[in-house]
Structure formats: structure tokens, C-alpha cells
Design a protein around this ligand. Structure first.
Ligand code: PEP
Ligand code: MG
Length: 571
């Protein structure tokens, strides 16, 4: 028995068998073949296709007799695609003509074919585009010699890996838990694990080297601990603690319909963060007042093409309709840094976190941005939507964005398509420049949302996904707290709604601090909502405000920590 420590992402305790995933290559190799290499490369592609055909056949043979017909049909469709000249023959021709390596040629051809499906009217045929992508991914994994994540996905196991790209995580929805070597508490992989509501620990260092397949593991998502091959006494202790945790979570459910009001009568809105429209159901089940952050970029991951306007509209509409009149805040494409998109991969930026991320990318690619803006605007006709712009730093970025929103509206009017003329447009405060310019931002925008994950990263110059500096990623650093406090004050002075939607909003240890700063809108992953609500119901803002003002006055981290601990303990 031995234990490995990392950063807990929450989700409670899980006990299960390990499944170690090979680390996956994020960027596809892309190179031109030299003279004389073509035939061998064509043969390599042929072999990979044959391997995938055999895998698919074996999967079909292993299906239980009572499995749904759809599962069998899907395997047949995938096998048939591997015979389709539009995919296979065309990829070979690309290799002959342009001398691209097999991975690149096959992936490019699959992307091209999938894009043609995506434009079709018929929903069933549109879905076939996904099949093309999935089967292509299988072939590419074989070419790269890497483990098939989607095959592993069927196993109810605790997945251990050096890293799991957010896109790959989406195909591991049957996971019991995640233990990941890299990453910090607010990396996107961690955020996704949290939204899947399974126990997870990141920043485990060398767990993927130390753990082997089928090891028994205890993974404690609260304590940030993985115990490998536990003995019977430890197992028994953790079984008891797991049962207690489940009871506490059950107990919180009695708060779902209780209005969120502090002891001294301050009403608070609790909203949910989601990555996909289906998660609106979990938000409603937790009693969320709306969606404070829909990270739309997750529609763009795990694919090699870009989702079209209709596909995006359907996703946004689904969330808006599901929330039944409650506001749904759709954030525009926040790509870059640890959310690189295969469809956009060009030359790797020198420093992705400081490069062409989020709104910077969207303004540089107005055609891509306009597709999304039109889709969001169209969804606004189906309920209550809001549009949120990430990573703003400059006032001219707001002006340009608002001009593009107007342009998108004009295009929809031209087409006779409905939208909400008064769709609120808000901005995220994620870089210190935005917090320091909050007074200007509130004059141009309808609402603000503070993204503490990035605000901490950029204030402290700590890469939020780099486990080597994770210990320096300090949400309660006095400088960070001042920037949050000053943004809330500027918004309140102007009468502009302001929320916090970073992970700090879902950390119950920060709830009283944020209430004391004057915050009345929190947005977090649904799993944290009831625990935060419990804190709010017990809090008294009139008592908290002067104490938080004193705390913000201090630039001594030790004193700030002590004052914070007293806020949490004494209420
Ligand atoms: C944030 O930065 O706090 C935020 C909510 O955005 P994301 O985590 O998606 O970068
Ligand atoms: Mg952010």
C-alpha cells in the first residue's frame, strides 16, 4: 500500500480498479514525405485501416445478445465508412498529390467529409458526420500507436493518466474517477471532471507511472489523495467515510427549493456553469436560478471541423428551452491555451495563455465569430439568453464585438429570422486590466462576470494548468482579492449586475468573503450549489461587510488567511 498526493477536485471518495491511459497526442504530426517514402506511408495507412476493421469486428462479436440494435448498427456504419472511397481513396490521393503523412491526410479528408455531412438538412445524415470523425480518430490512434480512449470509456474504472485533454474526457463519461499527473485545480480538465461529478485528483506527479492496470485504488477527491493497493483496515475506514459523505450530500438536497436569502434578508442568485446543453438538467435538479456560464467552446472540441450555425443554434436553443425562462448566459468561443481546437490548429503560439485566445481569436476571425453570434441570437428568440464575451482587456475589443453583434442582427433581419433585439451583452473580467478598467467596462456592457480562474492566473503569472507552480496559484492572494473587490464595487456603483463564475464561486470557503464584498450572483458547477447555498443561508451580510473591508485593506497574506478563517468559522 502507498499513497500519492495531488490537488483534490471534489466529488467525494471512490474505490475501484485502475485503468491507466496512455498519454494522448494533442497535435497531429504534419509533414511532407520525402522521395521514396510514399509507398511505405500508403502501406502504413492500409495496415491501420485493417487493424481498425478487425477491432470493430471484435467489438461486434463481444456485444451482449440483448444490446440495443443501434450499437450494432453503429459498428456496421463505421466498418462501411472504412470502405468508402470518399474517405479512404481520397486520403490516398491527397497523400500522392501533396505528399502529406498518413495521419494528416486521413484526418484532413475526414474533416472535409464530415463538414459535408454537417451541412445537410436531415438530422440523421448530419449525425453521420460524427461517425466519420469517430472512425477517423480510431485510424489515427492506430497510426500514432496510442490507446483508444473511446474503447476504454466503456469500463467503469478509475482512469489514471499523465493528462487527459478536455475533449477526450468527454468520451470517458462512464469513469468512476480520475487521477491525473498534470494540471491544477482550475485547469479545464479539472473543471470538466467536476462537471461530470466524479471524484478526481489532479497534479499527482507520477501516478501514471506508479499505478498499473487493475490496481485497487481509493481516490479521495476532497483530500486530493490516491491510495494504491489499500489494506483491509484502510479500505474499511474509507468505506465508512464514503457513506458519511453520501449522507451529507443527500441531506443537502432538502435545500433545493429553499429561497437563497441570507439571515439578514439579502437575496442571492445561484446559477450553474455548464459545458454542454444536456447539463442543464443537473442545474435544474440542484435548483439553479439560471445558467451563469455556458462554456460554448466544448461544442467545438473533439472534432476536426467547426460546428455550423444550425448545429450551434440547436445546442444553445436546447439549453435555453431546458431552463424554461431562466437566464442562460452563453459565452462566446473561448479557445486557446489549454483548450486548443484541432480545427484551428495552425502554428503553435509562443505562449498560448498570452496568445490569440478567446475574444482575440474571434475578432481576428470575424466570419467564424459571426456564425456563433447569429446562432446565439437565434436561440435568444426561444427563451431568456445572454451573451458573454471572454478575456476582454481593451475597450476597443468591446466596441468591435458590439459592432459585430449589430452586424449579426442585421444579417438575421435580412433573413427574416427572429431574435431578442435586447439580448444583454456582458463581459468577463479575467485579466487585471479588465478589473482595473471595470468603471469603463460597466458603461459599455449590460453585465459583468468575474472569471477568477484566469484572473488569478494572470494576476499572479501562474499557469493554471501547470502542476509545477500549482502551489503558487493562490485564490486568496491579497492582490487577487482587491481586484475582485474593486470590480464588484464598480459594478454596484453603476447598478450593473455582476457575478463570479470562476471556481471560487463554487468554493464554500470563499462564500462569506464574496458576500462581504457585496456579491449577490454566484455561478458554479451544479454539484457545489447546495453546499454554497447552505453557507449563504447561515450568513449575515451586515456583519460580514465591515470585516471583509478590513481584510481587503491588508496586504499581508498571513493576516488575510487568518481573517478569512475567522469569517468561515464565526459566520
Ligand atoms: C474563469 O477564467 O474563471 C472562467 C470562468 O473561465 P474558464 O475557466 O473557462 O477559463
Ligand atoms: Mg477564463
Amino acid at each position: 500500500m502507498f499513497s500519492i498526493h495531488g490537488t483534490g477536485i471534489g466529488g467525494g471518495i471512490v474505490i475501484g480498479r485502475a485503468r491507466v491511459l496512455e498519454s494522448l497526442q494533442r497535435d497531429l504530426p504534419r509533414y511532407r514525405l520525402r522521395d521514396g517514402q510514399l509507398e511505405a506511408e500508403l502501406a502504413r495507412l492500409e495496415t491501420a485501416i485493417e487493424v481498425v476493421k478487425t477491432e470493430l469486428f471484435a467489438l461486434g462479436e463481444d456485444l451482449p445478445v440483448d444490446c440495443p440494435d443501434e450499437a450494432r448498427a453503429l459498428l456496421d456504419v463505421h466498418a462501411m465508412l472504412l470502405e468508402d472511397p470518399a474517405l479512404v481513396q481520397a486520403a490516398r490521393e491527397t497523400m500522392r498529390e501533396h505528399r502529406w503523412n498518413a495521419e494528416w491526410a486521413f484526418s484532413a479528408q475526414a474533416g472535409h467529409l464530415a463538414a459535408q455531412f454537417a451541412d445537410l438538412e436531415d438530422a440523421y445524415l448530419r449525425e453521420r458526420g460524427r461517425d466519420v470523425q469517430q472512425v477517423a480518430e480510431r485510424v489515427i490512434r492506430v497510426l500514432l500507436g496510442s490507446t483508444d480512449v473511446s474503447m476504454a470509456a466503456a469500463e467503469p474504472a478509475i482512469f489514471v493518466a499523465e493528462d487527459i485533454a478536455p475533449a477526450d474526457m468527454l468520451s470517458l463519461r462512464s469513469a468512476l474517477g480520475f487521477g491525473i499527473d498534470l494540471g491544477g485545480a482550475t485547469s479545464h480538465t479539472a473543471i470538466l471532471a467536476r462537471s461530470m461529478n466524479v471524484p478526481a485528483v489532479v497534479g499527482l506527479g507520477r501516478a501514471s507511472d506508479l499505478v498499473v492496470d487493475d490496481d485497487w485504488l481509493i481516490l479521495d477527491g476532497e483530500a486530493g489523495l490516491v491510495i494504491v493497493a489499500p489494506d483491509d483496515i484502510v479500505l474499511e475506514q474509507y468505506r465508512r467515510r464514503r457513506a458519511e459523505g453520501e449522507r451529507a450530500r443527500e441531506d443537502l438536497k432538502r435545500l433545493v427549493h429553499v429561497p437563497t436569502v441570507t439571515r439578514d434578508g439579502v437575496a442571492v442568485q445561484l446559477q450553474a456553469n455548464i459545458e454542454r446543453p444536456e447539463e442543464a438538467a443537473a442545474a435544474l435538479a440542484a435548483g439553479a436560478d439560471g445558467i451563469g456560464l455556458f462554456r460554448s467552446e466544448f461544442l467545438f472540441l473533439n472534432r476536426r471541423d467547426l460546428p455550423g450555425e444550425d448545429e450551434q443554434f440547436e445546442a444553445y436553443r436546447a439549453a435555453v428551452v431546458a431552463m424554461d425562462g431562466r437566464p442562460v448566459t452563453i459565452r462566446t468561443l473561448d479557445v486557446g491555451a489549454d483548450k486548443a481546437l484541432p480545427a484551428l490548429s495552425g502554428t503553435a503560439p509562443q505562449n498560448p495563455a498570452l496568445g490569440q485566445r478567446a475574444i482575440r481569436y474571434c475578432l481576428a476571425e470575424p466570419e467564424v465569430f459571426l456564425v456563433q453570434l447569429r446562432a446565439i441570437l437565434r436561440a435568444s428568440a426561444c427563451g431568456s439568453a445572454r451573451l458573454l464575451i471572454p478575456m476582454l482587456a481593451h475597450s476597443h475589443e468591446i466596441d468591435q464585438t458590439l459592432r459585430l453583434v449589430d452586424l449579426a442582427k442585421g444579417q438575421l433581419r435580412g433573413r427574416g429570422q427572429a431574435f431578442d433585439e435586447r439580448l444583454p451583452v456582458g463581459g468577463m473580467v479575467e485579466v487585471p486590466a479588465a478589473a482595473l478598467s471595470a468603471g469603463l467596462f460597466v458603461r459599455k456592457l449590460d453585465f459583468l462576470s468575474i472569471g477568477t480562474n484566469d484572473l488569478i492566473q494572470y494576476t499572479l503569472a501562474i499557469d493554471r494548468a501547470d502542476h509545477d507552480v500549482a502551489s503558487l496559484y493562490e485564490p486568496f492572494h491579497p492582490a487577487v482579492l482587491r481586484l475582485i473587490g474593486m470590480t464588484i464595487r464598480a459594478a454596484r456603483r453603476a447598478g450593473t449586475p455582476v457575478a463570479v463564475c470562476g471556481e471560487m464561486a463554487g468554493d464554500w470557503a470563499a462564500t462569506r468573503l464574496l458576500l462581504g464584498m457585496g456579491l449577490t450572483q454566484f455561478s458554479m458547477h451544479p454539484a457545489s450549489l447546495l453546499r454554497v447555498k447552505q453557507e449563504i443561508l447561515d450568513a449575515d451580510v451586515s456583519r460580514l461587510s465591515p470585516r471583509v473591508a478590513r481584510l481587503l485593506y491588508s496586504d499581508d497574506p498571513v493576516r488575510v488567511r487568518a481573517l478569512l478563517a475567522r469569517l468561515v468559522d464565526e459566520g
